[in-house]
Design a protein around this ligand. Structure first.
Ligand code: F6P
Length: 192
């Protein structure tokens, strides 16, 4: 049966300093994840032909660097756009935009960053990509926390308004195998 492999990018320099958004490079640990990725998924892919989709941001492209599969970059897989908050830490956002910080906590799914996006916006822009995923055979997608939450919620039938709170760990591959009435899930942790 066909499967979808999902991974966040490896740890980035921004993850290390707690900054959101941006277009940072991978950290040393993130690069170690990229190195380990081919081995981590080799067995579960077997001899299947897969296509690898990334966003257009450096951290996903660098994460996929050592994977020997045909690659495609999608702008639609870029991380949720944090608008004026791009590049800030959560603490800085709380100080600079206290009302926004609270509004987001109250309704994370609908809250739209000033000049940026909400989770609802991301779900909308992912629609054509998810349709493509449904049409294609085996795909691996290396993307970002918010985007993975939305894709995961779609395939696992989690209500989208709950997805912004789901835990999607770094350095973990989630393999989803859609069946007739449910989707099977397997996780592979890279110990780095
Ligand atoms: O911190 C990593 C990150 O991918 C940010 O770039 C992004 O804004 C954030 O996670 C999304 O998570 P949350 O919606 O929980 O803030």
């Amino acid at each position: 049966p066909r499967s979808i492999w999902l991974s966040r990018h490896g740890e980035s320099e921004f993850n290390l300093s707690g900054r959101i958004g941006g277009d940072a490079d991978l950290s040393a640990r993130g690069r170690a994840y990229a190195q380990k990725l081919p081995e981590l998924i080799r067995e579960s892919i077997g001899d299947r032909k897969i296509t690898l989709w990334t966003s257009t941001l450096k951290r996903t492209i660098q994460t996929a660097e050592h994977l020997p599969y045909p690659k495609l970059q999608w702008k639609g897989l870029d991380e949720l756009d944090a608008g004026v908050c791009d590049g800030l830490t959560y603490k800085e956002i709380e100080e600079k935009y206290p009302e926004d910080f609270k509004a987001r906590d109250d309704d994370k799914y609908n809250y739209r960053y000033r000049g940026g996006e909400s989770y609802r916006d991301v779900v909308t822009r992912l629609e054509p990509i998810i349709m493509e995923m449904e049409r294609n055979e085996n795909i691996m997608v290396v993307t970002h926390q918010a985007v993975i939450r939305c894709i995961y919620a779609y395939f696992m039938n989690v209500p989208q308004d709950r997805s912004p709170w789901m835990e999607i760990p770094l350095h973990t591959v989630i393999k989803l195998t859609p069946k007739a009435y449910h989707t099977e899930e397997e996780r592979f942790f890279a110990n780095i």
